[in-house]
Design a binder for this molecule. Structure first.
Ligand SMILES: [Zn+2]
Ligand SMILES: [Zn+2]
Ligand SMILES: [Zn+2]
Length: 249
């Protein structure tokens, strides 16, 4: 299984337009430090899954034949923006799996382009592109699924956007024994707990519950990056993901 992180940033990305904090200045000077919105592809033996489509230039990155199916975590704009540009596509239908959110985003359900939306039940594994996929509910301001993906050998848990984990999800993902956890960590430690995303202590709590081999943090804000420049402390076996990073599991 091969994972490619197309983007690893929060909705604002890094650098934030007009911000002169140390993280944004550094990202302005060095392209490798830039972060687009969080999305990824997962390649199995028989095809490739796209997880979210928030990056605006999806059409330039992927041809229709490159995508066997789309997994949508939720319908916030930073996770679906790129899909709007594809609605005039002439591509063959592409199955799209999404959480039970009847609203979606703007008129995406009315004009879905090539995407055929389905709402799979939580905690029920299905197979697509030679990969097993199990949706797991997360804690966010819209109905949101993380996805546990396996190829019979390696196991990936992709959990964003979320604040902590619902108890049944934490239990399921711990039992799934992921080799790699890709986890929301939007903020540095906050005095008042954040409402919709993990800060670093909440991310550490999720990691302690799930006990993955390794963790990559995504949905990273400029505030977290600037804070880490001063306080380089990370939970065990974890690191910040980078845009374009690929991981072979
Ligand atoms: Zn900044
Ligand atoms: Zn969100
Ligand atoms: Zn988001």
């Amino acid at each position: 299984m091969k994972i490619t992180l197309l983007g690893t940033g929060s909705a604002a990305g890094v650098p934030v337009w007009g911000c002169d904090c140390p993280a944004c200045v550094a990202a302005g000077l060095d392209k490798r430090r830039r972060r687009r919105v969080t999305c990824a592809t997962v390649e199995g033996s028989r095809g490739r899954l796209l997880i979210d489509g928030g990056v605006p230039d999806l059409a330039e990155r992927l041809a229709p034949r490159d995508i066997s199916a789309l997994l949508v975590t939720h319908f916030h704009i930073d996770h679906v923006l790129g899909l709007f540009a594809l609605r005039w596509s002439k591509a063959s239908p592409i199955p799209a799996f999404a959480p039970p959110d009847l609203e979606g985003c703007a008129d995406l359900f009315k004009h879905p382009g090539p995407f055929e939306f389905r709402r799979p039940p939580a905690f029920e594994r299905f197979e697509i592109a030679g990969l097993g996929v199990t949706p797991v509910p997360l804690t966010h301001s819209k109905p949101t699924f993380g996805y546990c993906i396996d190829d019979g050998r390696a196991r990936l848990a992709y959990l964003t956007d979320t604040k902590g984990l619902p108890a049944d999800t934490a239990k399921f993902v711990a039992g799934f024994k992921p080799d790699l956890l890709v986890l929301d960590c939007s903020y540095p430690p906050r005095e008042a707990p954040p409402r919709n995303h993990n800060d670093l202590p909440l991310a550490a709590e999720c990691i302690a519950q799930v006990r993955p081999q390794r963790t990559l943090l995504v949905h990273i804000s400029h505030e977290l990056e600037a804070w880490l420049m001063e306080h380089p402390a990370m939970p065990p076996n974890s690191g910040l993901a980078s845009d374009g990073e690929t991981i072979d599991l």
